[in-house]
Ligand binder design. Structure first.
Ligand SMILES: Cc1cc2nc3c(=O)[nH]c(=O)nc-3n(C[C@H](O)[C@H](O)[C@H](O)COP(=O)(O)O)c2cc1C
Length: 361
């Protein structure tokens, strides 16, 4: 049975299918629906205050008694170079003008405090907590595990997977370069850490003893079966669940996602200061040459947030961060519970067909 793997057994779910955390795009409804359908629903709360985290976690708990996952970004605030920020605000002003926004004022803070978010996790005790952008220390991981919280660390290279294992993580999510939105890279440079899922997963599986979850470009049962063949004990799927009506994305983003071709996504630093994959649009193209001169995450992210909010309201996809993976064209606009049922059926069919071919040899 494909449904019984180290991931599904450790977490206590029916199928080793994780709906990826997608800060700003997932919803408590999406997470709870996936958990109720037998997968693991996730909620990305990296951009939430402790108060907002408590509220969102309570909403998931009100909708499901099944396990769910809460995700945070492990970040330290970089030094804010005020001249650089002022120069970048000037560069962004023409787009603000096009959207009818007033001249920008430098934000007073750039991100929610990670240590306060982490304390909120310890207090609210979700069944699973996953992390990206950085790594926790052993004491932080022990504190989570002592409270019965399973820990998943995101890795984009073998070295990052080993680092999470030695810090004490329960599982590692291997994120291939096909993946939608931000790269989880935290050790080497981003360019050399762009390893495709097909190459990354087996190398990570060979390098660590903890269960490996494959992520990046997995859109249907064929992809799930392939990930299991590579040695993964579970999959994490973002772009596939983004198209479900329960996700919280704007109409313009949904439309771009459902019309994107295989060659229409690219990794960019333009929106947030950290490489992330999305559907190519005018904003990305305008900043293509300047990408490496923009402030780092989360500073650039907060400078572009008002633009993206106004663009969503005005239905202007050309200025939105249209995060999506390379498999976007395979996304299906179907209810999340139905998607889980289809994924399970497709995976079983793909695995049985492979078994029949092997038996026929
Ligand atoms: C819209 C969007 C937002 C995402 N936000 C997060 C996030 O908040 N935290 C996280 O760990 N991963 C995030 N990811 C990455 C996913 O965890 C996962 O690596 C990725 O979706 C897998 O590739 P796929 O999109 O091809 O399925 C996001 C992905 C998407 C598409």
């Amino acid at each position: 049975m494909f449904s019984s793997t180290a991931v599904s057994e450790r977490i206590g779910i029916s199928y080793p299918i994780i709906q990826a955390p997608m800060a700003g795009a997932d919803t408590p409804e999406l997470a709870a629906t996936v958990s109720n359908a037998g997968g693991l629903g996730s909620l990305g709360l990296a951009r939430s205050s402790p108060e907002a985290m408590r509220k969102a976690i309570a909403e998931v708990r009100a909708r499901t008694s099944k396990p769910f996952n809460i995700n945070l970004f492990v970040i330290e605030l970089p030094h804010a170079d005020h001249d650089h920020i002022a120069r970048t605000m000037k560069l962004l002003q023409p787009i603000r003008n096009e959207l009818g926004l007033p001249p920008a004022v430098a934000p007073s803070n750039y991100a929610d405090d990670f240590s306060a978010q982490f304390e909120t996790l310890l207090e609210t005790k979700p069944p699973v907590a996953s992390f990206t952008f950085g790594i926790l220390n052993r004491a932080q991981i022990s504190a989570l595990r002592e409270r019965g919280i399973l820990v998943i660390g995101t890795a984009t290279t073998v070295a990052e997977a080993r680092a999470w294992e030695s810090a004490g993580a329960d599982m590692v999510c291997a994120q291939g370069s096909e993946a939608g939105a931000h790269r989880g890279t935290f050790l080497a440079d981003f360019e050399s850490s762009m390893i495709g899922t097909m190459a990354l997963v087996p190398q990570v599986v060979d390098a660590v003893r903890v269960p490996v979850i494959a992520a990046g470009g997995i859109m249907d049962g064929r992809g799930i079966a392939a990930a299991l063949m590579l040695g993964a004990a579970g999959v994490q799927m973002g772009t596939a669940f983004l198209a479900c009506p329960e996700s919280g994305i704007s109409a313009a983003w949904r439309d771009s996602l459902l019309h994107a071709r295989d060659d229409q996504t690219r990794v960019t630093r333009a929106f947030s200061g950290r490489p992330a994959r999305g559907v190519i649009n005018d904003f990305m193209e305008r900043f293509r040459e300047l990408e490496h001169d923009l402030p780092p995450y989360p500073i650039q992210n907060s400078l572009t947030t008002p633009i993206r909010q106004a663009a969503a309201k005005a239905n202007r996809p050309e200025f939105l961060s249209l995060w999506a993976g390379q498999g976007a064209s395979m996304a299906r606009a179907m209810p999340a519970a139905d998607l889980v049922v289809s994924l399970v059926q497709e995976t079983k069919a793909a695995l049985s067909s492979a078994a029949r071919s092997a038996a026929a040899d």
